[in-house]
Design a protein around this ligand. Structure first.
Ligand code: FES
Length: 583
């Protein structure tokens, strides 16, 4: 589709306010009423996507950040114009923000596409917003820079540094086990989130901020600056200046996000012990380019990328210490021999040029390549008859004794069934059991919520058990830890083998050989399949129905089929749905 704002001049939208006809009159008249002058309207218009919302704590400071971006835009000779989009805050959205990530991507893309913006600054932070904005940036392909909001300051509880939400789980687990009091839990609640910003561990938000930086879509150093730190304001102002420069140079997202820069982002994710959610988002971002990343590619790069970053949930420190150790530029400096350093970035320079003056870090936050925390990166891709299209495990967060495990399944056939029975004293379970949750995926739950951190049954908690093998077609928060096998594909609700597991079946996990096997003979499995009945659809109208009809499975990035470019969709046009008319 042609872009109505593509230049007849050096930048997009240049003629919008200059038309001599009635429409030029109306546009100038309406816009000048807001205080813009004729001079302002002759400059490139820079859209600033401000996703502030009081329903999104992680974006609580975005009004102020936006003002600093505007200051930079004005200084560089552009005209800033702020606009909103949908804003998704993890703790607030039901059933899950993942249901709405693609809606956020569509909203952002269409806002860029529909307005005469020469360039855009996308301000995001909480888990789904940065991936949605990157997906939109690729599809709209207008010069763009991402400005992430930054992590919170380290939480402080009883003199200890704590991080949301890795320690949220820990506090609640210990409370359930009777090891901390109500008053202590309340103290923890007050101390763990003590400033603006997103979660301050290497959860999904910090992982996606690191990915945006590793891709070259933020200015170097952006990801780890704490949200309240004055240097984030400086970063916002510099971002405002740089987007105007990017417009002048005509550099677009597809010049920056390429198969090679995606490789760099995967390496940084693996070296950081980043979130399993990043796998889904990277596949979706690549898909917008028409490029399919297979799960094996993550596994190959993970196997060839040491785990270096000592930040929770897989390490000891928090994002504040990562920032002080040099942040993503310092990690990329260590990883430089493994990176494609000729990739272009929003600085207008290559990764190699950006890293030229970066010092190799010392200390124990970022480990050297030849002395890593672990020889392999964070995420392992498992295969087997239980997950023919793959499943993920964050191996850096698994208790060592569970890396190889064989145990009997205790099955929960839905999230509601899990809630009802997991802490039942009569549940037949021990520490060797394998907890299995089905119908918690994209179509089953729906939306593939972050409930893959299946709770340890209370009767085992009080005995000191803190980790078990747990399997689901759900996702987990990037802040989770434990032997959690997630993203099982295909999901149970579309008839994946996970749907066929029954109590007492033997399941084998071997992370080193990437094996996930259900030890039930094929005749028995076929019999179960013939009796299997799909659960009823969760939605019969509206956006939910569009989601159910269009969403791709986890190994394909969970994007909507019709949002992929034609080359990834094959010959058949998508978009004319059952029962819809062509108008
Ligand atoms: Fe927004 Fe954790 S809740 S990043």
């Amino acid at each position: 589709m042609s872009d109505p704002y593509q230049p007849g001049g050096p930048y997009r939208g240049q003629k919008f306010f200059a038309e001599p006809d009635i429409w030029g009159f109306v546009r100038r008249s309406f816009t000048k009423s807001m205080g813009y002058t004729d001079e302002d309207l002759k400059k490139p218009v820079i859209g600033i996507c401000n996703t502030f919302s009081e329903l999104n704590k992680c974006h609580s400071h975005f009004r102020e950040l936006t003002e600093w971006v505007k200051r930079g835009v004005w200084q560089a000779g552009g005209t800033p114009m702020e606009f909103p989009t949908i804003s998704l805050g993890e703790p607030y959205v039901r059933p899950t923000t993942m249901l709405l990530r693609n809606l956020a991507a569509m909203d952002t893309e269409e806002m860029i596409r529909a307005h005469p913006l020469a360039g855009v600054v996308l301000i995001g932070g909480c888990d789904k917003m940065v991936p949605a904005q990157l997906m939109a940036a690729v599809s709209a392909n207008v010069p763009a820079i991402v400005l992430t909001g930054g992590p919170m300051l380290s939480g402080r509880v009883e003199g200890q540094s704590v991080g949301a939400c890795t320690d949220c789980y820990r506090f609640n687990l210990e409370h359930l086990a009777g090891n901390i009091t109500d008053a202590q839990l309340s103290e923890a609640e007050n101390g763990i989130v003590r400033s603006d910003g997103h979660c301050q561990v290497m959860g999904t938000a910090s992982t996606m901020a690191s990915i945006a930086e590793a891709l070259g879509m933020t200015l170097p150093g952006c990801a780890a600056i704490p949200a309240p730190d004055s240097r984030r304001r400086h970063m916002a102002e510099r971002t405002g200046k740089q987007i105007v420069e990017l417009v002048r140079q005509g550099i677009k997202p597809t010049d920056i996000i390429t198969p090679k820069s995606l490789d760099n982002a995967i390496r940084v994710t693996m070296a950081s012990g980043g979130s399993t959610n990043a796998i889904i988002h990277l596949i979706a971002i690549a898909g917008r380019l028409g490029y399919r990343i297979k799960l094996e590619q993550f596994d190959e790069l993970a196997s060839a990328t040491p785990f270096l970053l000592n930040v929770r949930p897989s390490g000891k420190y928090l994002m504040e210490e990562y920032f002080e150790a040099g942040g993503v530029p310092a990690l990329m400096k260590v990883l430089e021999p493994l990176l494609h350093t000729d990739c272009l970035t929003v600085t207008g320079r290559t990764v190699a040029e950006n890293l030229a003056d970066v010092a190799i870090p010392s200390g124990d936050v970022i480990f050297p390549l030849d002395r890593p925390l672990q020889p392999q990166g964070g995420v392992a891709v498992l295969r087997g008859n239980l997950a023919p299209n793959g499943a993920l495990i964050k191996q850096t967060a698994v208790s060592p004794h569970l890396r190889r495990h064989r145990g009997r399944a205790v099955v929960f056939n839905s999230p509601a069934d899990l809630d009802a029975r997991i802490h039942d004293p009569a549940l037949e379970v021990d520490e060797h059991s394998v907890l299995v949750l089905m119908n918690a995926g994209l179509k089953g739950a729906p939306g593939m919520p972050e409930i893959g951190q299946i709770p340890i049954p209370q009767k085992l908690l009080v005995r000191g058990i803190r980790d078990m093998v747990r399997i689901s077609d759900a996702r987990i928060s990037g802040t989770s830890y434990g032997a959690l096998i997630v993203h099982v594909a295909p999901e149970a609700a579309v008839g994946g083998p996970l749907a066929l597991v029954e109590d007492g079946d033997e399941i084998e996990l071997d992370i080193d050989t990437r094996k996930l096997e259900l030890h039930v003979n094929s005749v028995e499995l076929e019999g179960r399949r013939s009796r299997w009945v799909a659960p009823p659809p969760a939605y019969t109208r509206g956006y939910g129905l569009l989601f159910l009809e269009s969403v791709l499975q986890a190994d394909e990035g969970c994007d909507f089929d019709f949002l992929l470019p034609q080359e990834l969709r094959g010959e058949t046009p998508i978009g004319i749905r059952k029962g819809a008319t062509t108008g």
